[in-house]
Design a protein. Structure first.
Length: 94
């Protein structure tokens, strides 16, 4: 259990490297002006570190009593990476 939490959180920290580039590039969404979609896109990418830290803290706090809940909580940043990565890949390929 502890190995899973440590390894997955190391992966999430390593994901901050491409996140930094993606966050910087995401501001190009405002090239055609401000819109709700542009703001939501930048906001969705920008709050990743907050959710990563929050889910890590919660997972470590509950890992002794609720192992399954800790694993599910720790998977939230992975879902974030997958969904934002899919969106960015779709935007790049279209």
């Amino acid at each position: 259990m502890k190995k899973y939490l440590v390894i997955s959180q190391i992966i999430y920290v390593l994901a901050l490297i491409p996140w930094l580039f993606t966050f910087g590039v995401s501001f190009f969404a405002f090239d055609s002006g401000f819109s709700v979609g542009s703001v939501l896109f930048v906001l969705a990418i920008g709050v990743y570190p907050i959710f990563m830290i929050a889910s890590s803290i919660v997972a470590w706090c509950i890992h002794k009593r609720h192992k399954r809940a800790a694993i599910i909580t720790n998977c939230v940043p992975g879902l974030w990476i997958g969904s934002i990565g899919t969106l960015v890949l779709y935007a790049y390929l279209s």
